[in-house]
Design a protein around this ligand. Structure first.
Ligand code: NCD
Length: 313
């Protein structure tokens, strides 16, 4: 059985191979007829049991551009809202012979649990709790790779700053695994309460932690801003949102001073004026639109690999 559960499970060659495949798929979305027959006859179910705009639409478009039949299921319109367990839901879906189920779930580990308990369907993780969001990290890497290639630089040898609510972020965790594979230096920048415990031990010597924004982004090539995940936080993590913003909002003024050449990423949805200022989000160093654009190509590459049974567990 072939799945994509997390970047943690990939080798460096797997990661770079997916980026090469994704790069080749970019062109399909630029054609007048945006379709290739690669997954014709395959069925993909997008089971999004947590809110999503970008990821859900992007997986649906990716599946359709590969000529697969795609079906979208969300929690409010499904029997999950009647109390059915996710395993029972996917068991039932499996009985209709889909090839791939893309799942987003609020609980960390749900995709792995399904992959372990179902025999005849491939599982792709569209984001699980605070665990992983592998296709987001892949699209972040592709965006960075394409950008730095223009200056003759490669995806390794970069300094990446990950700023914000790292503790609740599956995007950060998947990126940490990716940059560990690539050997990039990563600076984790957050208040002490929003740093995952043991982050340097888990992700390796290239990771440093600071609670000072200017220090953490100094000389960075890439500043990755993360959303304050207020829906997962309660009121326990920062004194006030204003205080957080004063200390951790990534602004153009600060970037000019300490990281003048840095490009900026944000996985969306953004809280403008909280973790990122509008002059950065809409300014020339922002690669946010490119991230969304690369997302389709990355998901085409992942669905293609999983659909053809080439990704290992
Ligand atoms: C992220 C997610 O859902 O993990 N968004 C996304 O998929 N583009 C980040 C977030 O919710 O802040």
């Amino acid at each position: 059985m072939k799945h994509l559960i997390g970047i943690e499970d990939l080798s460096k060659d797997d990661l770079l191979g997916l980026l090469t495949d994704a790069d080749n798929f970019i062109e399909v979305s630029e054609r007048e007829i945006k379709k290739v027959p690669a997954l014709r006859g395959k069925t993909i179910i997008n089971l999004f049991l947590e809110n999503s705009t970008r990821t859900r639409v992007s997986f649906e478009i990716a599946g359709k551009r590969l000529s697969a039949d795609t079906i979208n299921v969300s929690s409010s319109g499904s029997s999950v809202s009647k109390g059915e367990t996710v395993l029972d839901t996917v068991w039932n879906l499996e009985a209709m012979n889909p090839d791939i189920v893309v799942i987003r779930h609020k609980e960390s580990g749900a995709p792995k649990f399904l992959a372990d308990n179902l025999k005849n369907v491939s599982i792709v993780n569209g984001g699980d709790g605070m665990h992983e969001h592998p296709t987001q990290a892949l699209l972040d890497c592709l965006t960075i790779q394409k950008h730095f290639a223009k200056a003759g630089r490669s995806l390794d040898g970069l300094k990446i700053a990950i700023v914000g609510d790292v503790f609740h972020s599956r995007v950060a965790r998947s990126n940490l695994w990716a940059h560990k594979l690539l050997g990039n230096k990563v600076s984790v920048v957050a208040p002490p309460t929003l740093v995952p415990r043991g982050v340097a031990e888990v992700y390796g010597d290239n990771v440093s932690v600071t609670h000072n924004l200017a220090e953490g982004i100094e000389g960075a090539d890439v500043v990755m801003c993360l959303r304050m995940q207020l829906e997962r936080q309660g009121n326990f993590f920062v004194p006030t949102l204003d205080d957080y913003t004063r200390r951790f909002c990534v602004t153009e003024k600060l970037l000019r001073k300490v990281a003048p050449h840095a490009v900026v990423l944000h996985p969306g949805p953004m809280n403008r004026g909280v973790e990122i200022s509008s002059d950065v989000a809409d300014g020339p160093r922002s690669l946010i639109g490119s991230q969304v654009n690369m997302g389709v190509a990355v998901r085409m590459a992942v669905l293609f690999k999983v659909g053809r049974g080439q990704l290992h567990e």
